[in-house]
Design a binder for this molecule. Structure first.
Ligand SMILES: Nc1nc2c(c(=O)[nH]1)N[C@H]1C(S)=C(S)[C@@H](COP(=O)(O)OP(=O)(O)OC[C@H]3O[C@@H](n4cnc5c(=O)[nH]c(N)nc54)[C@H](O)[C@@H]3O)O[C@H]1N2
Ligand SMILES: Nc1nc2c(c(=O)[nH]1)N[C@H]1C(S)=C(S)[C@@H](COP(=O)(O)OP(=O)(O)OC[C@H]3O[C@@H](n4cnc5c(=O)[nH]c(N)nc54)[C@H](O)[C@@H]3O)O[C@H]1N2
Ligand code: SF4
Ligand SMILES: [Mo]
Length: 730
């Protein structure tokens, strides 16, 4: 007899509702949940990988320790003791900062994140890193400067907007990021159908651009110039109307003088779009009844990541679209960090959210207590006080995901000790001394309180385990809590370890306790809404298709936690970043003369998710997806045809991939996806290794970072493309 379990797919940020048909411990079928009010039955092909992950013969089921010729299995008790002791020993000998940590992307999709954060506190090291510094860190840095609250990220109100300007994002493939909105293709189509307009700004004619009414095919890295040109038009033509924001907003005058020098005529060549179109794009944005500008990794992963995100928020604000229905809005999530940041500000700690410490070798400042992952290899390889000698990696694969991955690969091999919490022997975890494998998503219960806080509507949904954990399987939080108890020493670490232990003995172990407290204190919780109506974990669990907490609501000025309680439209540090654009405008051509005549950008595929779904045979079917897209004219100039192998070189290194000739990309641009390169020795992903591709991060530059946040600049890398084999002379 089969039963059906209702939960979410948590592979990407859409978090679609699914129905998992199970018989005993086996999963028979995964389909969309038509009763999930957000996804209404929608799922993408990746959802089927949940079953593949569960059944994958390469997935580690028990902890393993590295030995001379491979791996040996350990009991959980032995493994935790071995891991804790190795970390403790390193800290005793070399100080607490000698143990670094890295949090990968899937770690933010599970409530075990709370346990990882506790482990961080127990370790007490300043060397914290995460995938954020390859992703959305510029957005947090900008939010901290403008709103005082690093997690106050404006989300486009896609379901109610009349005009959506998408800059450097491809939601038709990524399914929306910092914009959770399952089935977003339909939502984008709906904008047009209700008489609105979608405009896409991207150097490639993407799947999203094909759905849009207009595509501005800009040159990579030119977005800040485009936005300055648009803002120039708005100020010059008196189209600036911040509306309800005016009463609590500072900085309009500084903005006016900043944009005065950047007319559409001046930026047109830099952007690759004519001045008339730039001015019209600005006018249409301002004239729309409601409009939202939205940017994601295409513009985060740039040296100008923060400045661009700032200008995007400014564009929303000066047209009165920030925090209004149909514009770019803030969520009112089940758990809100707002009171925390308000408290930090009140006790004078707010200013410490960023730039209070510097990364030892690179000198990069921290943001939200983390250093850029791009600097980790140097921290490991450069001798000196506080050199990193041990590492804990939770749910991450930085060898493939961080810039300059090849060097990090080497650095990891030189560590004294490394612990990985991951279910596979990956390009990263193959360097670990011990791997602690957690169960797969369908084997655990979960509550998403992070991704839902960045959604197109307010909601929360509990995920029961679909099948019991396979023999001996443990959830991430159990593993992480055990490590916390094992390593916690000193003034802060010891109390955290003791508290974790005490909660365990009281039967209150794990993220459920933290979630209950956070829910109670949240905007919908019992402290605010009373014991009868307030949102509790029990009430969330009782609603098997999820809880609808309503559409996004205006939240300003209440959500501001700046010291003066005002919205800072022109923060000093961002004006300083903008000042660097003058020089950038002049030097953009320089790389070409250094022999790198093309510009590299990234790409995502619907059948892939960063580095870790390439072991699913059904997703890997079909043509090679790790290709270099090249414009037909550029291919012809280099004497390469579709399918030929090419060498793509940057200042940092060279990779070899097949070329895919396509007029989708702008001339002068090469597009290569990340997350491949599974041919490194010892990688335990057999399907992935049979179609390995190459890692584009072997040629991205770890020294080229976003100016304000230190986040990786994967896009707009100067490269050269040549045939892999020189054709024989006739
Ligand atoms: N060139 C280039 N590089 C990029 C990007 C790009 O666009 N271009 N994008 C960047 C972005 S946006 C991101 S988010 C990063 C991602 O970077 P990472 O987070 O470092 O890498 P992932 O490929 O997501 O690897 C996730 C790892 O977690 C493991 N895992 C999956 N689920 C779980 C779980 O539930 N528990 C545990 N313990 N482990 C789990 C997987 O087996 C895998 O090894 O890559 C970045 N790198
Ligand atoms: N199927 C699938 N879905 C995913 C993922 C995946 O790997 N596969 N990864 C998940 C993760 S971790 C994240 S963070 C999100 C990311 O979600 P998105 O931000 O939507 O990511 P991308 O699809 O990489 O889109 C970035 C776009 O920026 C464009 N771009 C590159 N350089 C520039 C530039 O200089 N200017 C402009 N204007 N555009 C530029 C690229 O051509 C690309 O179309 O996706 C998530 N969803
Ligand atoms: S879009 Fe696909 S991968 Fe993302 S949550 Fe939905 S079904 Fe899962
Ligand atoms: Mo990401």
């Amino acid at each position: 007899m089969s039963t059906t379990v209702h939960r979410q797919c948590t592979l990407c940020e859409a978090h679609c509702g699914i129905r998992v048909e199970v018989e005993g411990a086996e999963v028979l079928k995964i389909t969309g949940d038509p009763d999930d009010h957000r996804s209404r039955g929608y799922i993408c092909p990746k959802s089927q990988a949940l079953k593949d992950l569960l059944e994958d013969p390469d997935r580690l089921r028990t902890p393993v320790r590295r030995i001379a010729d491979g791996w040996e299995e350990l009991s959980w008790d032995e493994a935790i003791a071995f891991a804790s002791e190795g970390l403790r020993r390193t800290q005793e000998r070399h100080g607490r900062h000698a143990v670094a940590n890295y949090l990968g992307n899937p770690g933010a999709h599970t409530w075990s994140l709370f346990s990882f954060l506790a482990l961080r506190i127990a370790l007490g090291s300043r060397n914290n890193h995460s995938a954020s510094s390859t992703d959305q860190l510029p957005q947090h840095a900008v939010a901290t400067e403008m709103f005082g609250n690093p997690v106050a990220l404006p989300i486009p109100d896609v379901d109610r907007t009349d005009h959506l300007l998408v800059i450097g994002a491809n939601p038709a493939v990524s399914n929306g990021s910092i914009l959770s909105a399952p089935g977003i293709r339909d939502r984008l189509r709906d904008i047009g159908e209700r008489g609105g307009k979608v405009v896409v700004v991207d150097p490639r004619r993407t799947e999203t651009a094909k759905l849009a009414a207009e595509h501005l095919q800009v040159r990579p890295g030119s977005d800040p110039f485009l936005l300055l040109g648009m803002l120039h038009t708005l100020f010059h033509e008196s189209l600036v109307a911040p509306g309800h924001l005016a009463a609590f907003t500072d900085g309009l005058d500084e903005l006016r003088s900043l944009v005065a020098d950047w007319s559409p005529e001046r930026v047109a060549d830099l952007v690759g779009v004519d001045a008339g179109t730039i001015a019209r794009t600005a006018r249409e944005f301002a004239a729309a009844p409601t409009a939202a500008a939205y940017g994601r990794v295409g513009v985060c992963q740039q040296t100008t990541g923060s400045v661009t995100h700032w200008l995007i928020t400014v564009l929303n604000a000066v047209t009165g679209n920030l925090d209004r229905v149909g514009g770019a809005m803030f969520t009112t999530p089940a758990v809100d960090a707002l009171p925390l940041f308000r408290l930090l500000n009140r006790i004078g700690f707010g200013a410490k959210l960023q730039r209070t410490r510097t990364q030892r070798v690179s000198g990069q400042p921290d943001v939200l207590g983390e250093f850029p992952i791009s600097g980790l290899a140097d921290e490991i390889l450069t001798p000196g006080q506080d050199q990193v000698r041990a590492l804990v990696v939770f749910a991450g694969n930085p060898v493939l995901s961080a810039p300059g991955g090849r060097r990090l690969d080497e650095a990891l091999e030189s560590l004294d000790f490394m612990v990985a919490v991951d279910s596979f022997v990956t390009e990263t975890t193959r360097h670990a001394d011990v791997i602690l494998p957690a169960v797969s998503p369908l084997e655990r219960d979960d509550l998403d309180l992070i991704i839902s806080a960045f959604s197109s509507s307010n909601h929360v949904r509990y995920n029961p385990a679909a099948v019991p954990p396979r023999a001996g399987g443990r959830d991430d939080w159990q593993v992480l809590d055990d490590l916390t108890r094992g390593v916690g020493r000193g003034r802060v670490g010891r109390p955290i370890a003791l508290l974790t232990g005490a909660l365990g003995r009281l039967g209150l172990a794990g993220p459920a306790t933290v979630a209950q407290l956070a829910l109670a204190a949240g905007p919908h919780g019992v402290l605010r809404r009373g014991p009868r109506k307030g949102l509790t974990l029990g009430r969330i669990k009782a609603r098997e298709h999820g809880v609808d907490l309503g559409p996004l609501q205006p939240r300003l000025p209440g959500t501001l936690t700046t010291r003066d309680g005002r919205l800072a439209l022109a923060p000093r540090v961002l004006l300083d970043e903008a000042a660097k654009l003058e020089e950038l405008a002049v030097t953009r051509e320089r790389a070409r003369t250094d022999g790198f005549d093309l510009t590299l950008i990234g790409r995502r595929s619907t059948r892939s998710n960063n580095s870790w779904l390439h072991n699913s045979a059904r997703l890997m079917k079909g043509p090679d997806r790790c290709t270099a897209l090249l414009h037909p004219d550029d291919a012809r100039d280099r004497g390469v045809a579709d399918g030929d192998r090419v060498r793509v070189s940057s200042r940092v290194g060279t990779i070899e991939v097949p070329v895919q000739v396509s007029d989708e990309v702008l001339r002068g641009v090469v597009s290569i996806p990340h997350g491949f390169g599974h041919d490194r020795p010892g990688v335990g992903w057999t399907v992935a290794a049979s179609k390995p591709g190459a890692s584009v991060n072997d040629i991205t530059d770890p020294t080229v970072l976003d100016g304000l946040s230190g986040s990786a600049a994967f896009n707009a890398v100067p490269v050269r493309v040549e045939p892999a084999r020189v054709p024989a002379v006739a």
